[in-house]
Design a protein around this ligand. Structure first.
Ligand code: CA
Length: 227
């Protein structure tokens, strides 16, 4: 279940947001003050996106954003700004927000922004340690990969490469980056080892190895996991 924190002190706006997010398949954790939101985040480590209203009775949304960022760089943060607050966008992004939505907003707009943020912060991170990108499911706890429900046997290195790819969908990754992330910065091997492993991985996961569509080559640079 994809969890979203909704921080909004006005109850009618909060329930409007919550109803629409639930309808879109999200699980919501509600908070009416910044202080409560920070507690809720500590109690729910599975929250990957937080919606923060700015004008609040206690500490404001910017301060909440700052404090979240001080503990967590990965969580996605969307500020809910009022149209009259022209400076909010800039201030919000300065304090570490990823995006903002201006009130009044449509449910479709809000869920589109959250969906996009979820994709950007690394696939569909599920609470149970799964990254789901159909037809693939990577289980980060069991270190397994399935394609269309069928288990694909991978070496530890191949698994680690798949994890790097699935955590960075659509991003061109250089061979050096892949080498650093999989083998570690201390590794003094040749970049060719990346190519060899990618070739093997393609044999296992592509529908047609002659025409790979999941792991594509970025000429003169590296590889991309993308659809
Ligand atoms: Ca408010």
């Amino acid at each position: 279940m994809r969890k979203v924190l909704v921080l909004e002190d006005e109850e009618n706006i909060r329930s409007f947001v919550v109803i629409n997010l639930k309808r879109a398949g999200y699980q919501t954790i509600e908070a009416a003050t910044g202080e409560d939101a920070l507690v809720a985040l500590k109690e729910n480590p599975g929250i990957k996106v937080a919606l923060l209203d700015i004008m609040l009775p206690g500490i404001d949304g910017f301060e909440v954003c700052r404090r979240i960022r001080a503990m967590d760089n990965k969580i996605g943060i969307i500020m809910l700004t009022a149209r009259s607050q022209e400076m909010d966008k800039v201030t919000g992004l300065m304090t570490g927000a990823d995006d903002y939505v201006t009130k009044p907003f449509s449910p479709a707009e809000l869920t589109a922004r959250i969906d996009a943020l979820y994709r950007r912060i690394g696939g569909d991170m599920m609470d149970d340690g799964e990254i789901q990108q159909p037809p693939f499911v990577l289980n980060t706890r069991k270190r397994t990969l399935e394609k269309n429900g069928q288990r694909i046997k991978l070496t530890q290195v191949e698994y680690s490469i798949m994890k790097v790819f699935m955590e960075n969908p659509g991003k061109a990754l250089s061979r050096e980056e892949i080498l650093d992330m999989v083998w570690g910065r201390d590794y003094f091997g040749e970049l060719k080892i990346v190519d060899v492993n990618v070739r093997r991985l393609r044999l296992k996961i592509e529908d047609n190895v002659q025409n790979p569509t999941y792991i594509t080559t970025v000429w003169g640079y590296g590889y991309k996991w993308g659809f």
